[in-house]
Write a protein that binds this ligand. Sequence first.
Ligand SMILES: Nc1ncnc2c1ncn2[C@@H]1O[C@H](COP(=O)(O)OP(=O)(O)OP(=O)(O)O)[C@@H](O)[C@H]1O
Ligand SMILES: [Mg+2]
Length: 246
Amino acid sequence: MHVPVSEPGSKVQAQSPVFIQTENLCRKFTHGNGAQVVLAGLSFTLRRGEIVALLGRSGSGKSTLLNLISGIDRADSGRVVVDDKDLTAMNERERTMFRRLNIGFIYQFFNLIPSLTAAENIALILELNGRSAEMAMKSTMLLLEEMNLVEQGSHFPAELSGGEQQRIALARAMIHSPKLVLADEPTGNLDAETGVQMLQLLKDNVNANNSTLLIVTHSLAVARTADRILTLDHGVIEERSGDFAW
Ligand SMILES: Nc1ncnc2c1ncn2[C@@H]1O[C@H](COP(=O)(O)OP(=O)(O)OP(=O)(O)O)[C@@H](O)[C@H]1O
Ligand SMILES: [Mg+2]
């Protein structure tokens, strides 16, 4: 099923080049008693520099969609093109390299490496992109200072609260100034005030780099601060105006 989504509504970004293009993206999962169609042919476009919110009920396929855009998972059919590179035509190694360099991913359940300290989790991203261990740690400590997380930097993930882990995951997604940040409910574990602060930091960061931010959220208030709002429901994506009811 092909469901067209209107062109980006953002006044600011209307002239920016297309950054993400999905074409008829389908993903189904097979369970014991049959197939579950999660994404039923999604076609939409995000532009460079846009901040786009994605809303949808639990189980609607938001995380599944982020996994396809980041190349962690593969679609059953359809195409994902990011920055003119067709992810669907890449092999796993190529997708990993592309993701490492270009994408910052704030996972819904953080995915911090348990055997590394919080600071090492962040610095690793820079090291994987070719920076020396010393330089990587220096940049990491600067960011942790900015985020008021210096003390937490020396802790292992299991020694951190859920909200602290989420903020470390946020730092890890921003440390290499990626062109694309995919954020899966990045404020879900934070109190309202910290959530607002972290969201602002994320936005300042992506704005400074003219990056694109796709942010999954259950909060209409958070969604309304974005340039555009998309909803995902029954496998179909739709563009919404800021005043729709949810
Ligand atoms: N690897 C998998 N194997 C089988 N089913 C899966 C897999 N990943 C996701 N699903 C199913 O796909 C559907 C969508 O899952 P997804 O995690 O994308 O939802 P979501 O919109 O992110 O939900 P939430 O808001 O609760 O995080 C769910 O019904 C889930 O059970
Ligand atoms: Mg999810």
